[in-house]
Write a protein that binds this ligand. Structure first.
Ligand SMILES: Nc1nc2c(ncn2[C@@H]2O[C@H](COP(=O)(O)OP(=O)(O)OP(=O)(O)O)[C@@H](O)[C@H]2O)c(=O)[nH]1
Length: 393
């Protein structure tokens, strides 16, 4: 099981925080601690992994200043709930958000949840419009959801989407380097081999190999849909298709494009899905277009994957060697370790080196091939390297 991820639901009194969780109780493992602090535990299955999400609903007494420092240290995700019939509650979520910003902690994720959007008859009571809510979510850089606990339709679906959103975000933190490498591959627009036409006579370059292995949809179908959306939306959709993650507020835009393409946004999101697709690619020898030669050993691989994951290869292919389809390895390291490194490009995981020397050699290879080692797991390896410790594996 994966590490748990702590989420807190925050809002003004009487906004519906407790009702929200109670209406979902059939689906949850519920552990209520005491009167003022309720913890709801959720086990979520996402593609190939399970996520344990703990949601805390707590009654907050003013003044709240110091509490936020503590919340932002203990929780990674926040559901900021307000009630569309009350201006004060809308202001309260803005106040909460400001407090978090003041604590300057990176990697906090939010979802803005508007409750009591009951029905048309209730529009007179409504004080905050959908547009105002969406605008605020844009400012927070987070997704916006609108629910009615009275009406209850789509409630489970929305809640599952919220949990998925946090789970995907959590995966991104664990695999920040691979997500960033594929995001960069798209953004740099280098080594592209296909061009999509966009609205306003604009164009965008892509890599066939990546989109084919990720989306498994014909390019004609993608092209048709891209012409129905703005160039900006198209760019965000394609970036998401490369790395499985999107910076909000593009969440709902991408969901809309997915609907047009008959893709399930959730099933196609997240670093785990990206890694699974790359693993499949690694097993498919037919698409491999490059050979790395280490003495007697030849490793078949993909140019694009090498360029995406290693700055040394990126420079190599970019400086006029694009058409080369084989190269000798000059790192003078063992073929096992180089194979380990190539597997890492596809899986974001190293297999355990067999000895201390082999471990040190692998660390040298990371430097030689100029890898991005951002995620916490790989960071550990990198820090250990600086200290030349060999026990961490
Ligand atoms: N009309 C309407 N009423 C709702 C909705 N959701 C919750 N309520 C009502 O709002 C009131 C407050 O709901 P709670 O779930 O207790 O709110 P809370 O945020 O947990 O409140 P505190 O525990 O005081 O922080 C209850 O009377 C609910 O029945 C909704 O979508 N529409």
């Amino acid at each position: 099981m994966e590490e748990d991820y702590k989420i807190m639901i925050l809002g003004d009194t009487r906004d519906g925080k407790t009702s929200f969780q109670k209406s979902l109780q059939n689906n949850l493992l519920c552990d209520i601690n005491d009167e003022w602090q309720k913890t709801y535990d959720w086990l979520l299955e996402l593609e190939t992994s399970y996520h344990f999400l703990e949601i805390l609903d707590i009654i907050i007494q003013e003044p709240i200043g110091e509490l936020f420092k503590c919340f932002s240290e203990k929780f990674q995700g926040f559901i900021l709930m307000y009630n569309v019939t009350c201006k004060k509650s809308f202001q309260k979520v803005q106040k909460f958000h400001r407090k978090f910003q003041m604590n300057h902690r990176a990697n906090l994720e939010y979802v803005l949840l508007a409750n009591k959007a009951d029905d048309q008859k209730n529009t007179k009571k409504r004080k905050i419009s959908r547009q105002e809510g969406e605008q605020l979510a844009k400012e927070f850089g987070c997704p916006y959801f609108e629910i009615s606990l009275k009406r209850k339709d789509r409630l489970i679906g929305d809640f599952v989407d919220i949990l998925h959103y946090f789970a995907i975000t959590k995966e991104k933190i664990n695999h920040e380097d691979i997500v960033e490498d594929f995001q960069n591959l798209f953004e740099r627009q280098e080594l592209c081999d296909h061009v999509f036409q966009l609205q306003d006579n604009k164009q965008i370059g892509v890599h066939r190999l990546i989109l084919e292995c990720r989306l498994k949809i014909s390019f004609e179908k993608i092209q048709k849909v891209l012409l129905t959306i703005t160039p900006k939306q198209a760019k965000h959709f394609l970036k998401w298709a490369y790395c499985g993650y999107t910076k909000n507020p593009y969440f709902s835009d991408i969901k809309n494009v997915c609907q047009k393409l008959d893709l399930n946004y959730i099933d196609f999101s997240g670093a785990k899905k990206l890694i699974n697709d790359l693993k499949d690619l690694n097993e498919n020898d037919k698409t491999k277009d490059f050979t790395l030669i280490i003495g007697e050993t030849c490793i078949q691989t993909h140019k694009l994957i090498l360029a995406a994951r290693s700055n040394l290869f990126r420079g190599f292919f970019f400086s006029c060697k694009k058409s080369t389809n084989q190269v000798k390895d000059y790192s003078k390291k063992s073929s096992q370790n180089i194979q380990n490194l190539i597997n890492f490009f596809y899986t974001n995981q190293f297999s355990k080196p067999t000895s201390k020397n082999s471990y040190l050699e692998l660390l040298e290879l990371i430097d030689y091939y100029q890898l991005n080692m951002k995620s916490s797991l790989n960071n550990k390896l990198h820090k250990a390297k600086k200290r030349k410790e060999c026990t961490i594996m």
